[in-house]
Design a protein around this ligand. Structure first.
Ligand code: CA
Length: 226
């Protein structure tokens, strides 16, 4: 059974969500501020974290960044429409997903299930082949093809495409891609990712100026659509 850590300072939202998550069969830990949430994240090792962006003592962005230093636990960030969303636009938050308030319970539950599923898939033995429509990759032979044509990809482009395809449907932030494809010790900034995405699109998109496979999620990162 998955354990979910819920960090939310609004008591009614916290209690309603906790009750509904428990009804779905999850174990739920709750915290009303960022500091307590961070302690629980470290001590309890939850399978998924849902947190509000605006939190007392330590805000959601800070909690997210600190957790990300040593954990790849899926994080769903709750944000209010408008100014809060504007605030995180352009920031690399480290969150895996965003749900904008007001949201329906059904929507949030679907995001929880999707993120847990993806996280479990990540931890299973890694697939040696990836495919989506015309696009396929053989990770052992390090070959990629589009239809019957072999794609000429550089080492980085290959790894970047594989990372995107492995997480089909999920938004991957530039920081996350930088860490997973270039490595934590890479000295450079997230524009490196943008440049490689552009090169990759030239190779995998029918029309690179209106990408259908690798789309941009403004202010957050990129998503492989399939
Ligand atoms: Ca709040």
């Amino acid at each position: 059974m998955a354990t979910i850590l819920l960090i939310e300072d609004e008591a009614t939202v916290r209690e309603t969500l906790a009750m509904n998550l428990r009804a779905e069969g999850y174990d739920v830990l709750t915290a009303a501020d960022g500091m307590t949430g961070l302690d629980l994240a470290r001590d309890e090792g939850p399978d998924l974290i849902i947190m509000d962006l605006m939190l007392p003592k330590l805000d959601g962005l800070s909690v997210c960044r600190i957790v990300r230093k040593d954990s790849d636990v899926p994080i769903i960030m709750l944000t209010a429409r408008g100014t809060e969303m504007d605030r995180i636009t352009g920031l690399e938050t480290g969150a895996d997903d965003y749900v904008v308030k007001p949201f329906s319970l059904g929507e949030l539950m679907a995001r929880v299930r999707a993120n847990l599923r993806r996280s479990h898939a990540d931890h299973r033995a890694q697939a040696t082949r990836l495919s989506a429509g015309e696009l396929s990759m053989d990770l052992l032979a390090r070959r990629a093809s589009l239809g019957s044509a072999e794609l000429k990809l550089t080492h980085r482009e290959f790894d970047l495409l594989a990372e995107l395809m492995r997480n089909q449907g999920a938004v991957l932030s530039r920081d996350l891609l930088l860490n997973r494809v270039w490595g934590f010790d890479y000295i450079g900034d997230s524009h490196t990712v943008d440049v490689h995405i552009r090169w990759l699109r030239e190779k995998v998109e029918a029309d690179p100026s209106t990408p259908r496979r690798i789309t941009t999620v403004r202010g957050v990162g990129y998503r492989f659509e399939g």
